[in-house]
Design a protein around this ligand. Structure first.
Ligand code: SF4
Length: 334
């Protein structure tokens, strides 16, 4: 027997997969790359970290599927609404599980495993939501949630004896202690803390997502930019992002697309790199320079010369500008 195990990158999905693997089922770990994972300040990508966790816990490589383009439209009008942020969790899970269902036949698998725990998340893991997710993904009876199986109706794999129900669990609620004990039993020690994960549950990130939606600018490239820097809405057609440290400055430079403008402090003064994306005019150019100037050192200098560069290439200009006032910065901040 074979099962596809959805791996989120957190502990629960890994434990669920391992429990079923321990029963002699061949598990295929599947991770969906969504565009809202933390850009941690580390050299490895979120997918590389998931793969290493899967290798550590299951001794297998993870299969990774990029759901970026199919995920974005969910944010416009999710059928089952949002959680506390811009997180359409029920629709998101249905989307992933529909893909897993399609893959069952292709990969010769018989059912799907998730690490969902009844009552753990307010939006998507209460009893009704679990039922909706199972039904609308087309996996009725074929979706096994090993960590909470004893709290849920029996599934086909249990009824058919493919897995022993007695060796599944009845976790429920928000506590993490039972999962940690189980991880210890399996000697899984190198796992991320539960606060990591999806940025759509973050208040600031959600506000920035809504800003992109409002100005019809929700693209994968723009979402990636939201993961770094201070953000300013210059007008409906233009945004500026200002780096907060060297790593973010480098990141912003690496993210510049043809048509973007980058901004730099004077050579002898420490300051940020900034990136503007959208339609530029003279007034906006001056404002972007002033905002960049505001985050440069040399607080006593009344004005600084900010260089700007049109991407791609080397066409440069410069403007000598004063800092933007704090009230102005606040009014433009996203
Ligand atoms: S937290 Fe994010 S990735 Fe997870 S189900 Fe919700 S929207 Fe999808």
């Amino acid at each position: 027997m074979k099962a596809i195990a959805l791996i989120s990158g957190g502990l629960d999905s890994i434990l669920a997969a391992r429990m079923v693997q321990e029963q002699g089922i061949e598990v295929i770990p599947l991770h969906f790359k969504v565009p809202f994972c933390h850009r941690a300040k580390r050299s490895s990508s979120p997918e590389a970290r998931v793969d290493s966790l899967v290798q550590h816990a299951l001794s297998l490589p993870a299969r990774i599927i990029d759901e970026g383009h199919t995920f974005l439209p969910l944010l416009e009008n999710p059928r089952h609404g949002f959680g506390s942020g811009a997180n359409p969790c029920i629709d998101c899970k249905i989307l992933m599980l529909r893909t897993a269902r399609r893959l069952l036949e292709e990969w010769g698998a018989h059912f799907v495993i998730t690490g969902e725990v009844l009552g753990q998340r307010p939006m998507s893991q209460h009893r009704r939501a679990l039922g909706i997710i199972e039904r609308e993904s087309g996996l009725e009876g074929l979706l096994l949630r090993p960590l909470s199986a004893h709290c849920l109706p029996e599934t086909v794999p249990e009824k058919e004896g493919w897995v022993a129900r007695s060796r599944l669990l009845g976790f429920s609620g928000r506590g993490r202690r039972p999962q940690m004990v189980l991880a210890e039993q399996f000697r899984i020690r190198d796992y991320p803390n539960p606060a990591g994960g999806c940025l759509l549950t973050d208040r600031v990130f959600s506000r920035r997502i809504r800003d992109l939606l409002r100005y019809d600018a929700l693209t994968l490239e723009n979402v990636e930019l939201l993961k770094a820097g201070r953000h300013f809405r210059i007008n409906g057609a233009l945004k500026l992002v200002v780096g907060r440290d060297e790593e973010e400055n480098n990141f912003l430079e690496s993210m510049a697309l043809p048509g973007d403008l980058t901004f730099y402090p004077p050579e002898d003064i420490a300051g940020p790199c900034a990136l503007a994306r959208g339609r530029m005019d003279e007034e906006s150019l001056a404002l972007c320079c002033r905002i960049t100037c505001s985050y440069c050192d040399a607080s006593e200098a009344p004005e600084l010369t900010i260089t700007h560069r049109a991407m791609p290439g080397t066409r440069e200009g410069a403007l000598k500008v004063p800092r933007a006032e704090n009230d102005l910065l606040k009014s433009l901040a996203v």
